[in-house]
Design a protein around this ligand. Structure first.
Ligand code: PDD
Length: 288
């Protein structure tokens, strides 16, 4: 799919993405005053749509942006977007801004109407290299704000951390605050310590990943031991495995951290198990 020709949704209308326009006084453009979701779709079926829409409602609530649509409305919008883009494997991007203001002013003018934008991005199959070689990561000090549980579009710190990692030849950065590993720039993290898959507990300073929660659920169903507990950066050296989870990355193995191998430097046995469970979950979704 040429992305400019994919079909987008803007304020109630479907249109080619390249033709979608937002006024420059939109607070999403001027202040990053907006929240978003990314929802994976497999063979035309959205994965964990309700969990994503619950989180969208929580983000809107936390920012006092009025929710422009009820659950049925969101489902219809996303269904139409999937259909207009021919189904298949997609990542749906859904953004709600506080709306277009009469002038640039930090203070929020009353009565603004939220802007609703959605697009479908292709989700290519993961490269074989990922399962063979895994990802390289670096640790960096987390410079983001304290309310990362809100899925806000204000992602400058994440963008700069990702760039910092790329410039060091790594795929992404693990963000560390006060000696604790929080998450990566656009995914959550699990570390296998003494055979247990440990992930940081839900906290206002971190995004509660839908994929993270699904991985915890799948692991519990298969008897894989997990723990939601603070993850010390100093413990990463002894982790036998490290995984990233997100709606677009699924569960990805990290095999190099700060230039040193994680475990034996290859995707580990627990990753292979959890990945199989994840792929089975996707296949079941497609069969429904
Ligand atoms: N990012 N942490 C951060 C900071 C994220 O941006 C994301 C998702 C996650 C994982 O959440 P989930 O499992 O619900 O996708 C964790 C999306 C994919 C993005 O910004 O593109």
């Amino acid at each position: 799919m040429n992305s400019r020709q994919s079909i987008a949704w803007l304020n109630g209308e479907l249109m080619p993405l390249g033709e979608a326009r937002v006024p420059v006084l939109d607070r999403g453009f001027l202040f990053g005053d907006a929240v978003y979701e990314v929802i994976p779709v497999y063979a035309g079926r959205p994965c964990r749509m309700d969990e994503h829409l619950d989180r969208l409602s929580a983000s809107l609530d936390a920012t006092a942006i009025p929710e422009p649509c009820d659950r049925a409305g969101w489902r219809t919008l996303l269904g139409r977007l999937v259909e207009a883009n021919g189904g298949g494997d997609l990542a749906l991007y859904l953004q709600v801004t506080r709306g277009v203001a009469p002038k640039r002013d930090h203070a929020i003018a009353p009565g603004l109407e939220p802007t609703v934008f959605a697009m479908a991005m292709p989700m290519p199959p993961r490269p074989a290299e990922l399962t063979e070689r895994g990802l390289a990561m670096v640790t960096v000090a987390d410079s983001r704000w304290a309310r990362c549980q809100i899925k806000a579009t204000t992602l400058l710190a994440n963008v700069l951390h990702k760039q910092q990692a790329n410039e060091q030849g790594a795929e992404d950065a693990l963000l560390v605050r006060d000696g604790l590993v929080i998450e990566a720039t656009a995914s959550n993290v699990f570390a296998v310590l003494d055979g247990v898959a440990v992930t940081p507990p839900v906290d206002p300073g971190m995004l509660t990943g839908v994929t993270r929660n699904l991985v915890l659920e799948l692991a519990a169903g298969a008897g894989i031991e997990t723990r939601e507990a603070a993850l010390l950066a100093s413990d990463l050296e002894r982790a036998s495995e490290l995984w990233l989870t997100s709606s677009t990355r699924e569960v990805s193995p990290v095999t190099t951290l700060d230039g040193r191998p994680v475990g034996d430097g290859r995707p580990g046995p627990l990753w292979w198990r959890i990945d199989r469970l994840y792929q089975e979950y996707k296949a079941q979704l497609q069969a429904t």
